[in-house]
Design a binder for this molecule. Structure first.
Ligand code: NAD
Length: 332
């Protein structure tokens, strides 16, 4: 099948080509570096399928162009599908498939990495030592043992994250719209209301999907209920957080540490080398400027294990569609 693959980098091509060969699927994968959006959608003319990633824009306008030009399938190379207008896709007769699961360890371990960066100030220590500055002033950290960690969204990633934090000797509070009995089977883990989680957590980590009801979950009102000096970790989706409210929280000292792998307006920044340009996003620049903020550019998924899993499921999804088989990973 002819597939227009958008937002591709060398690593995407490497893993998808390998899987396409090894599985003998032999799809005709045509790679575009461009992000899919209304102005690039015509690149997919004549392609039965498009394959996209987290920051491609599959709103109604893009979908209408795709449908007119013959696209019947959208294959997401990610778990989240918040960037697709599912209602419009259904109306236009375009099916949507995703990668329901890939190494959840990749994201969970990255969230833990951000915590360790922040609580021991490793990012500052690394730069100092390279500069022959061996002073410890300003690097004072805290033990994770006996700290309370709030986990919002106790699905695949949230549970693994919770297990790792339990290994550090942390107490775990969970919040989930659909609680899962396995979470409380872990020693030291308990489901609580969102209010109790805000009030009792030393560290809060987001692992729920971006939905209309979770948009700006971390807002001014939630922050006002949190402990003084709380640490916020977001490896889920940028729009779960009202960044301006977080900046205010940092300025007042309410928020002591922020570690994020995702950002509200990341589609204009992440995955590109912009080091020679002037960044126009003042909110992002202000956030970056604080010494207690660590930002990575949506790399939590970026392990060999996860890329292999993503390629495997994506090629299988394309093959199922081509062969008219039931679509196991369809998003409805
Ligand atoms: P999952 O579906 O296994 O778990 C999500 C959990 O969130 C479920 O338990 C679900 O019940 C819960 N949930 C749903 N609605 C909720 C609500 N309103 N409030 C609280 N919890 C709610 O998904 P997962 O594989 O664990 O992934 C979690 C999220 O991580 C994804 O939605 C995605 O946004 C993000 N993610 C980020 C990266 C990255 O590279 N940074 C990579 C993969 C996934």
């Amino acid at each position: 099948m002819k597939v227009a693959v958008f937002s591709t980098k060398a690593y995407d091509r490497q893993f998808l080509d390998l899987e396409n060969r090894e599985s003998q699927a032999n799809h005709e994968l045509v790679y575009f570096e461009a992000r899919l959006e209304p102005k690039t959608a015509s690149l997919a003319t004549g392609f039965e399928a498009v394959c996209v990633f987290v920051n491609d824009d599959l709103g109604t306008e893009t979908l209408e162009i795709l449908a007119k030009d013959g696209t019947k399938l959208i294959a997401l190379r990610c778990t989240g599908f918040n960037n697709v207008n599912l209602e419009s896709a259904a109306k236009l007769g375009i099916k949507v498939v995703r990668v329901t699961t890939y190494s959840p360890y990749s994201v969970a371990e990255h969230a833990v990495g951000l915590i360790l960066m922040l609580n021991r100030k490793l990012y500052r220590a690394y730069n100092r030592v390279r500069d022959d500055n061996f002073s410890l002033d300003g690097l004072l950290g805290f033990d994770l043992r006996d700290r309370t960690v709030g986990v919002i969204g106790t699905g695949k990633i949230g549970q693994i994250f919770a297990q790792i934090m339990a290994g550090f000797g942390c107490h775990l509070l969970g919040y989930d719209a659909y609680p899962n009995e396995n979470f409380e089977k872990m020693g030291n883990a308990k489901y609580v209301s969102l209010e109790e989680l805000w009030q009792r957590s030393d560290i809060i980590s987001l692992h729920c999907p971006l939905l209309p009801e979770t948009k700006n979950l971390i807002n001014q009102e939630a922050i006002s209920q949190m402990k003084q000096g709380v640490m916020l970790i977001n490896t889920s989706r940028g729009k779960l957080v009202d960044t301006k409210a977080v900046i205010e929280g940092i300025k007042t000292g309410k928020i002591g540490y922020v570690g994020i792998d995702v950002y509200e307006e990341e589609e204009h920044l992440f995955f590109e080398d912009l080091s020679d340009t002037i960044i126009q996003d003042d909110t992002f620049q202000l956030l970056q400027s604080f010494s207690n903020v660590v930002i990575t550019a949506h790399q939590a998924f970026f392990t060999e294990n996860a890329l292999k899993d993503i390629s495997h499921t994506t090629i299988a999804n394309l093959t199922d569609f081509e062969q008219g088989k039931p679509l196991q990973n369809e998003v409805k």
